[in-house]
Design a protein around this ligand. Sequence first.
Ligand SMILES: *Cc1c(COP(=O)(O)O)cnc(C)c1O
Length: 418
Amino acid sequence: MKFENNIEFAMQLDSNDPLHSYRMKFHIPRTPAGKDVIYFAGNSLGLQPKSVRACVEQELLDWETMGVEGHMHAKHPWLPYHEFLTSQTAELVGAKPEEVVNMNSLSVNLHLMMVSFYRPTKARNKILIEANAFPSDHYAVQSQIKFHGYDPAESLLEMKPREGEVTIRTEDILDRIEKEGDSIALIMFAGVNYYTGQAFEFEKITDAGHKKGCMVGFDLAHASGNLKLELNKWECDFAVWCSYKYLNGGPGAIAGAFVHKKHLLDMTIPKFWGWWGQDKATRFLMDHDFRPIPTVESWQLSNPPILQLAALRASLDIFHEAGMSALRAKSELLTGFAEYLINENNNGNIEIITPAEINERGCQLSIRAKQSGKALHSKLNEAGIICDWREPDVIRIAPVPLYNTFADVWNFVKLLYS
Ligand SMILES: *Cc1c(COP(=O)(O)O)cnc(C)c1O
């Protein structure tokens, strides 16, 4: 689309937007003066769907009036409650229903997946990760390496951008895998890097890893609810994500996990066991023989937090109704418009470090403010724009297709250069 640099054009995009009414389904925070903020922090904490309250209150009511009977007799019984989210979660990440489950939190799930899919041997004990991966992911892989008796200084391979570049070239990743793959046990990448906003090429990385006999897993914290994912088709071995960013599941929301179908019946894969992974038909015999559920649910340890599942369920309904294809189509336009306006009005202080190639990014743009970035961020904040600051000089903005408008984008860029 050919964009134009004026507010009328932004408003026209809004009135042509088939998803425009979805904004009404969310609570938009206000400034002290009572104006809607421009909320560009959906990559940190997504906004609250208005439907969440009724969903959570239903469970509070059933607990209030039924106590333990709610496990069987709540309007939405708690015993199978997580199953009510399965098909929509599968749809969201492009998986089969038996491949996805909502459980625990992200870093916990990452560890549980590494218990199963990082099985180092003397000849093959390395993990390949992005050098600027999110700290928790770095801590998780380091500690897994140490847990198995290896030394992160030798067993942790970090993928860095080329000298003078900010994002990592796919060809360099594939080349590294080709050269060092024989010693790599696990390739663990983000779906979208939290800092640069770079989306990685899942299928190419997965194929290259598999050719060399490596396991390949993805952290989708910044990808789920943002990109159109095809985890089953891409044959990733596992993936994990949190649900409080683009998925609008609420602070500390219950997280998700994917294990590819090909691994589900493999009894040789080590796994930590808990009673919620036990065969459902005979779980309450309370015997001590573990018969795993033949789906990814066998990775569940505990009975899950129903209030959190209820909140996430309300949000997944919205994703299901809107559809990831339509959301992604709007997202490309919305972020494309932001990129156009930033470049069109550029005063030399701003550089977008997120890839310009649409397939290499989600909705986030990371903007490097060359001078007085922090002051610029404060100014934006005071003007009612919620976006975040990452040291040393990056402002991250995430125009989210569910609740952001083209006018939001216009107003933001106007302030950015005011
Ligand atoms: C947000 C984020 C996390 C946060 O981990 P929690 O376990 O949810 O606290 C971890 N990794 C990545 C890549 C993230 O973006």
